[in-house]
Design a protein around this ligand. Structure first.
Ligand code: FE2
Ligand code: FE2
Length: 474
């Protein structure tokens, strides 16, 4: 169980380590002032029907109650330790999992933890304004749930920094509160976390695509030979699943509503669809293209010696490493990556060790494709002839082998001029954004009411009805 009697709830026996406890209690007010500043706008007095973890067991999630978000019990929860756990891959395979940071890997590990940690507050910052234009109380409650859990993910990484990295760790923990998403002088570390999330369609796309990158990164780190990192990430994954649900069901409900309106009114042209105040499927496709392509960049270069080092050292594994059947050292294995040669996209085999970013990206794409197929079913069931597709992997990429090339959504290599001529067939234009935002000019806050552009969900939260008071505004 988690000890809630302490100032910082935890299951790591924080009370026995006074120095660490004091360091974290010092960071806590700085965190709260970041939350007041960069957390959901004007929300500090709201009482929100939130779930809070009370234990790290699968059934420890049943705790739902009204909470003011600044009073949320952010804490430090690690999956229980398995005494027999080993390093499961790389050159240290078979050694007992590390309970302390191996000296030689200290700076790499710190960088891995800081890079992951930086994404957590970033997404809260990106979503700061969305509460003002929520489509329902149900959705408002869901975004707040995502936000407090991203806050807790930051706590999870900061705990590791404070506990295992001494003074450097404390400095990094402070910097995590100082960077700001989209800031020109002190931006967040990774590109996708500096993009604005200007409306609810972007929010659902972000939680579907970008939180799922979070899932895959956490899965790879949950395999780490550094046991405290693995145990932290395992628990974070249970929270991540909810974020992806919010994204997938959100987009699905928007598609549902659009299809219902198209069918009822026997219309098809985007302009006619927009005239009825819902989001045309073409615009949904353009948002999808944008979020997919910027998220693919988060996996890094196709061929990367850093990725090889992380693996060989036993610090970051593959997706489902321990379920894979091979030597877990990848000494002789090869893996295909794409490259642009002249005006063709070729596939070439490279040592699998160097292609681990690409492999994780491919695992991710497989899961994304399955989700897009589920969205497609909504369209098919409405009998509408429209196909949602994932663009080509090389489309709109800024990291890796496709960088600097102008590739269409179907994979043709174009000149910059040709590409620009099609840009807004493929990516949301300023007009698309302003149309979508025009639908979301205010908050829909009546009990059980949903904005015109989105269908209600199948069921409420924790068995509550759809007209439940998910948020009290006070
Ligand atoms: Fe997160
Ligand atoms: Fe998340």
């Amino acid at each position: 169980m988690i000890n809630y009697t302490e100032k910082i709830p935890n299951n790591v026996d924080l009370g026995r380590d006074r120095v660490l406890q004091r360091a974290l209690e010092h960071w806590q007010p700085a965190y709260l002032s970041w939350w007041y500043d960069m957390g959901p706008n004007e929300s500090h007095n709201f009482e929100v029907y939130l779930r809070t973890a009370t234990s790290v067991e699968p059934d420890g999630w049943a705790q739902f109650d009204y909470v003011k978000m600044p009073e949320y019990r952010w804490g430090i929860f690690l999956q229980p330790r398995d005494e027999k756990r080993q390093v499961n891959f790389g050159i240290h395979k078979g050694q007992p999992a590390w309970q302390d940071v191996p000296g030689e890997y200290r700076s790499i590990l710190r960088r891995i933890i800081v890079t992951q940690g930086d994404t957590e507050p970033a997404s809260v910052e990106q979503q700061k304004m969305l509460g003002l234009s929520c489509p329902s109380l149900y959705d408002l409650r869901n975004i707040f749930q995502v936000n407090v859990e991203e806050g807790r993910h930051l706590w999870a990484m900061v705990y590791l920094l404070h506990r295992y990295f001494g003074r450097d760790g404390r400095e990094e923990a402070e910097s995590l509160l100082a960077r700001r998403s989209g800031d020109t002088d002190n931006p967040r570390i990774l590109g996708a976390f500096n993009e604005p999330t200007p409306d609810w369609l972007a929010f659902y796309m972000f939680t579907f695509f970008t939180d799922r990158d979070g899932k895959f990164q956490l899965c790879a780190l949950a395999e780490s030979g550094f046991d405290p990192l693995a145990r932290t990430c395992r628990f974070m994954l249970t929270e991540e699943a909810h974020h992806m649900f919010v994204g997938e069901s959100g987009v699905s409900r928007i598609i549902q509503r659009t299809c219902d309106v198209m069918k009822e009114n026997k219309i098809d042209a985007p302009a006619d669809v927009r005239a009825l105040g819902v989001i045309d499927l073409q615009t949904i496709q353009r948002y999808l293209n944008f979020h997919y392509s910027v998220t693919l960049d988060l996996y890094g270069s196709d061929v990367s010696s850093n990725a090889a080092n992380y693996y060989t050292s036993g610090l970051k594994g593959r997706f489902r490493e321990t379920k894979l059947e091979d030597d877990h050292t990848l000494r002789d294995a090869m893996y295909p990556v794409s490259e642009v040669v002249g005006n063709k996209i070729n596939t070439k085999q490279v040592p699998a060790l160097t292609a681990l970013n690409e492999r994780l990206r491919d695992d991710y794409i497989e899961e994304i494709q399955a989700g897009v197929n589920r969205w497609q079913r909504v369209i098919d069931e409405a009998g509408i002839a429209f196909r949602l597709t994932l663009p080509h992997k090389g489309f709109h990429r800024e990291i890796g082998n496709f960088t600097g090339h102008f590739i269409s959504t179907t994979g043709e290599i174009l000149t910059e001029e040709q590409w620009k001529a099609h840009e807004f067939e493929w990516l949301p234009s300023p007009k698309d954004y302003s149309y979508v935002q025009s639908l979301m000019s205010g908050r829909v806050a009546e009990l059980g009411k949903f904005a015109n552009w989105i269908a209600p969900p199948v069921k409420g939260v924790n068995g509550q009805p759809l007209d439940f008071q998910y948020v009290r505004f006070n």
